[in-house]
Design a protein around this ligand. Structure first.
Ligand SMILES: [Ca+2]
Ligand SMILES: [Ca+2]
Length: 426
């Protein structure tokens, strides 16, 4: 699958850095080809892999998020499978969000419920109430979990906005941290109602993305055209063109041609953009960036028109274009219209062979599909889940990945459906 030593090292280091859900997500692009030192988080770093991995032991940086990583890139490595038999645990109400709950045993899940409660589901299927939940989360907003000296704490996914002057009210802050502790922090800003599509939970979308690079004096404001908006709830930080430099990916929409994917450098210059869908009120949900191509090529994955029969699309940077290189049949979704849950699909191994796939609900949300790139397109495997998927697809990453989703209408009514981590002996 992986065709170059450089990519192999990158993947291994990404695994190590995300195994504990750490904040520092730098290893994937921090390879030093020249032996020079790191002057900028967007440049190859001089730190070796050992130094980078040692930092993951710092517990204050532990965090779990519904968008899987702090960079907003919903991609993890390791082996996992959603095609195996799952375990269902009864819940007292409809689930909204699910997160890895990093307890001592590390096999529990946090579930927030429609009635405002939050519970931890333990490995034994016991439910433990969680008392301290922010108002934003109790009213249905996305949670995140941080770990302090007393243990896991529930926060809001909207925490951290205050460093931005004019944030989109529901923007998530994304962070990339280099091995040298340099950071890139970004959020969507400049709320506007000038594009009346209104499918992401309110009438407001962003007019710009603000990038705070700790090695640069001033924040960079990347504004889109006056007819357009950034239609999402966060930017995505990843090396879109696989040149060793971190980039910013957003979805730009307008009333005439609908949504397109656009990648910028940290200084705001354009790297590449996809074709737009071609008509207004047609959205695409950018999901992840990673080496998912049939020979390990870095590709950008989205779900095109997730509300009306979504197609999973795969793009590569070719000159100044994000060129469509493969697409599924239109049978998938990663978003329910009107909600803020854009986290129903991930790029991760979904069939247990250790090779990256896209795991995404089918349009009726009664199955999960595992999509694997092949030379000509996409292979699809599907597995029914117990009920209809109501939440994000939660991931506990590591060498062996566990997954969980909340469902309603299954054999147990409301339930948490869990795919435990594969036995490492398998
Ligand atoms: Ca790049
Ligand atoms: Ca796989």
């Amino acid at each position: 699958m992986v065709d170059t030593p450089t990519l192999f090292i990158r993947i291994r280091r990404w695994t190590a850095l995300t195994t504990v859900g750490a904040l520092m997500m730098a290893g994937c692009v921090a390879e030093d080809q020249s032996g020079g030192s790191a002057a900028n988080p967007s440049e190859p770093s001089g730190e070796d892999a050992t130094a980078a991995e040692d930092r993951t032991s710092e517990p204050t940086f532990l965090t779990t998020r519904t968008d899987v990583t702090t960079t907003g890139n919903r991609q993890v490595t390791g082996r996992g499978s959603v095609l195996n038999q799952a375990i269902s645990v009864d819940l007292p109400d409809e689930p909204l969000w699910v997160l890895d709950w990093p307890s001592d045993e590390d096999k529990s899940w946090l579930v927030t419920l429609k009635n405002g409660d939050a519970v931890v589901v333990t490995e034994n299927g016991e439910l433990v109430d969680v008392d301290d939940v922010p108002a934003d989360v109790a009213s249905g907003g996305p949670p995140l979990v941080t770990v302090n000296q007393e243990g896991p704490v529930v926060g809001s996914a909207h925490d951290g906005q205050s460093i931005f002057g004019d944030p989109l009210p529901d923007s998530r802050v994304v962070v990339f941290r280099s091995p040298a502790d340099e950071t890139v922090t970004a959020a969507l800003v400049g709320p506007t109602d000038r594009y009346a599509h209104d499918v992401l939970g309110d009438p407001l979308e962003a007019s710009a993305v603000e990038v705070i690079d700790s090695t640069v004096d001033e924040p960079v404001l990347i504004e889109v055209e006056e007819s357009a908006v950034i239609e999402g709830i966060s930017p995505l930080l990843a090396d879109v063109d696989d040149d060793g430099f971190i980039d910013v990916l957003v979805t730009v929409s307008d009333a005439n041609v609908g949504a397109k994917l656009v990648a910028y450098r940290l200084d705001g210059t354009l790297i590449a953009e996809s074709d737009p869908i071609g008509r207004g009120n047609r959205w695409r949900n950018q999901l992840a960036v990673g080496p998912i191509g049939p020979n390990g090529e870095v590709e950008v994955v989205d779900v095109r028109t997730p509300h009306i029969g979504g197609t999973v699309e795969f793009f590569r940077v070719v000159d100044d274009r994000l060129e469509l290189v493969a697409a599924s049949e239109p049978n998938f979704t990663s978003h329910v219209i009107g909600t803020r849950n854009l986290d129903m699909a991930v790029m991760a191994d979904g069939d247990g062979d250790g090779v990256l796939d896209v795991i995404v609900p089918t349009q009726n949300r009664k199955s999960l599909a595992v999509l694997t790139r092949n030379d000509g397109g996409v292979d699809v495997q599907e597995k029914p889940v117990d009920g209809t998927i109501k939440t994000n697809l939660a991931v506990r990453d590591g060498a062996q990945i566990a997954f969980a989703v909340g469902t309603s209408g299954g054999t147990a009514g409301d339930a948490l459906v869990i795919w435990p981590a594969l036995d490492s002996a398998n």
